[in-house]
Design a binder for this molecule. Structure first.
Ligand code: ZN
Length: 401
């Protein structure tokens, strides 16, 4: 069954009457075939239209190899073969697809003019669209040149025309690419700019497409993938980008255009500050270790240092433990309390033969948790925060008995 495609000659047509040729139940839905339709079926990188047939929602539109267009509805109540019905295409979705698709024609020809890059494929996505172009070393200049050219064609509001031609006539036209179909060929002309064989929905004038913007580009499968947005999508993306840039600028108290520089400065400052903090932490650990050792008791021939800190980082405790045990013989039993978690770091000088791992696992049991390590340095913790002092006392008695 052949379906007459009303969008072939008029992409602005959104309402039509048609006769029902067939209704086929398929799984949980129905495939409706009409003698004519304004609904675009998925194909050529462009998704299908949506809309209604006599008020019934059309959820998918596809095309068979024989050229029959299938309208998929969940419910075919009221439809009957031989009857006529009224079709309505969703205008917002049609306009959106028309803008992206027509914009693609112009962008593809613009890349050809700007850097000789042919378009190999097109994908119209739900958020953005992409073309894969034959460009080896893509650069910002290529993107800007193609974007400039494309938008000039839009601003000039050139007519876009549909030609239905045979193969001989097509051969005389300056087509950008060869036609994939035989027999009658549909050619889309952008006046004095581009001629492409295509079956999609198109604007009548380039001004309908609106702004064409290139969002990003990357190398992909030996081609260059260009992500672009046209019309309403470009407007929404501008709003989002502007809002993001303004909120960053406001946080940094700079103008929008200065925000990237201000963030770069902040990142650099963060790096130098982190470096300085590491240096200062080393110095602090040495000074603190000297003070703790000076006031520590001597037990069984070594200095015994015990200390409980408020919310001290484990790495800092380990650093302090190293400074405590690296000189004269010493044992360090260090703890830290933070909300919901107590942590312990036990360490001893090389000359002392006591297993810190064993001592620590007993102390962690008091905290309701676990820990372990090597004979000379161990760490662990547990949730019983108010038992930290007890846990260290138990460890001290284990050392001195
Ligand atoms: Zn097209």
């Amino acid at each position: 069954m052949h379906t007459e495609r009303l969008y072939f000659t008029d992409s602005a047509l959104l309402e039509f009457d048609a006769a029902v040729l067939d209704i086929r139940p398929v799984d949980d839905s129905f495939h409706v075939v009409l003698d004519r339709t304004a609904f675009y079926p998925t194909g050529g990188g462009q998704p299908h239209d949506t809309g209604t047939l006599d008020g019934l929602q059309v959820i998918d539109v596809s095309e068979t190899d024989e050229g029959t267009i299938l309208h998929v509805v969940n419910n075919a109540a009221g439809l009957a073969v031989g009857n006529r019905l009224h079709g309505l295409v969703d205008a917002d979705r049609r306009r959106d697809h028309l803008q992206q698709h027509s914009g693609q024609h112009i962008l593809s020809q613009s890349f050809l003019e700007a850097c000789g890059a042919e378009t190999r494929s097109f994908h119209l996505g739900s958020v953005s669209s992409t073309i894969d172009i034959a460009l080896d070393s893509p650069a910002d200049e290529h993107m800007r040149a193609a974007e400039e050219r494309a938008n000039r064609i839009v601003f000039e509001n050139r007519p876009m025309r549909v030609h239905l031609v045979d193969e001989d006539e097509a051969a005389r036209l300056p087509l950008r690419k060869e036609s994939a179909v035989q027999g009658m060929i549909r050619v889309i002309e952008v006046e004095d700019f581009d001629w492409s064989p295509c079956g999609g929905t198109h604007a009548n004038r380039t001004g309908e497409i609106g702004l064409i913007t290139i969002k990003s580009f990357e190398r992909a499968k030996r081609l260059t993938r260009v992500e672009f947005l046209c019309g309403g999508r470009a407007l929404r993306d501008y709003r989002l980008a502007n809002r993001t840039a303004l909120s960053v600028a406001k946080m940094l108290s700079v103008e929008r255009e200065e925000s990237a520089e201000a963030v770069a400065r902040l990142v650099q400052e963060g790096k130098s500050q982190r470096k300085r903090i590491r240096e200062l932490t080393e110095i602090t650990a040495r000074v603190e270790a000297a003070e703790l050792l000076a006031s520590a008791n001597s037990v069984n021939g070594f200095k015994l240092v015990t200390a409980v800190f408020d919310q001290r980082d484990v790495e800092e405790m380990r650093l302090l433990a190293h400074r405590l045990i690296e000189g004269e013989a010493a044992v360090a039993l260090l703890g830290s309390k933070e909300p919901g978690m107590a942590r312990l770091v036990f360490a001893r000088s090389a000359s002392i033969d006591i297993n810190m791992g064993q001592l620590l696992s007993a102390a962690c049991a008091t905290l309701g948790g676990k820990g372990g390590g090597k004979p000379d340095l161990a760490q662990g913790g547990g949730p019983n925060v108010d038992k930290v002092d007890d846990a260290i006392k138990i460890a001290v008695s284990g050392l001195t008995n």
